[in-house]
Design a protein around this ligand. Sequence first.
Ligand code: EPU
Length: 426
Amino acid sequence: MEKLIVEGGIPLHGEVRISGAKNAALPLMAATLLTPGRHTLRNAPDLRDTRTFIRLMENLGVKSERNGDVLILDSTHLNSTEAPYNLVKTMRASVLVLGPLLARFGRAKVSMPGGCAIGARPINFHIMGLERLGVICNLEGGYVDAHIDGRMQGNVIYFDIPSVTGTENLLMAAVLADGTTVLRNAAREPEIGNLIDMLNMMGGRIDGRDTDKLTIHGVKELNPADCTIIPDRIETGTYLIAIAATGGSGKVTGCNPAHLPALLEKLRSAGLVIDETEDSISISWPARLQETPILGSVDIKTMPFPGYPTDLQAQYMALMTLGSDICVITETIFENRFMHVAELQRMGAKIRVDGHSAVVSGRGMRGLSGAPVMATDLRASSSLVIAGLAASGRTDISRIYHLERGYENLVEKLTGLGARVWKEQE
Ligand code: EPU
């Protein structure tokens, strides 16, 4: 197993280019199952999770080909409608094949994902929604075994809580249904907008993009897609936070600032200078603080989009350990997303967890020191990288396969910003 070594205390400077979004790539790949043909996905990130998803698709009979960041998926000849446990257990997003397989073949058998490091993460909304469209779902032997005779029938589906992959699964199911489906309290994340654009390009008829009411007028058939994956907003935010945490300055390019309204507002409130163009974000300290940066402590509460994203909570907490005061970080999306706290404490962070909130007492910009720490999930791992970059001394982060799930060329990109990071065998 590999670990990541970070020699901290070096301010990051320069430019970093953002890759395509993991959480948009996965549903867009699943959508290619909807109709036979050669589908083209551009700006496709090459990550552990996208590779796992390709294996899952190949298991169904899809042929894949990659040329740089262009991914071709040929879903003409499928020979299975089953997503097995050994693939689903490594990546929950595998459940995204349920909707499109049912829409195309009227049947699908997908392993239940089980719990994960950040919470229980049930899929009851996905199942309830499919049942509202007429699908019969049997839960047996750890699998959802679902089928329907004929086409699904449009209906109104209400989500108790906006669910990202739940909304995506039902969009893909309803696009080929008979009649109109309305999703209420749907998730509004930018990745869902990307999927809606792709489905509409394929011949779907979906209204309400970027709102919590999505109306899907079912169509009889779709065409193969040629679609571009949006930039990864979580990768964008992670680099902005890393630059800020080291007291550096830089520019993140190939991104979409409109996808990060809450983070940019929080960074400004904490005292950083943020300049946006249509596809880049520059971050720096005001002139008077460039020599000795002082970071404001600013509370956050994670919320569905456009609120503060849960996927940037851990990274922001690493930043706030360097603040000048106390702040409260409240996690409302997942019940167990504070696994990074104990690791950050090993580096000197002062954090107290009380239920869904963490109270962070900032120790100032040089307040952390390097230590051996362990990655527990994807975003917790990136918070440890940020803490390591800001800390004095050396941090060894073990189990970095978590990081490889969602950050393309992390070592190269950080090195390009002047960081001293490398991988070693454990
Ligand atoms: N929920 C249910 N029942 C369901 C579905 C969701 O109770 O059937 C609850 C969840 O337990 C959670 C809330 O609803 O409390 C929202 O979960 P959501 O369904 O939106 O999460 P997800 O679709 O499983 C996606 C991302 C996650 C990201 C969340 C929240 C993908 C592939 N994954 O997960 O990304 O944290 O939305 O924004 O899009 C990551 O990239 O590190 C990651 C975990």
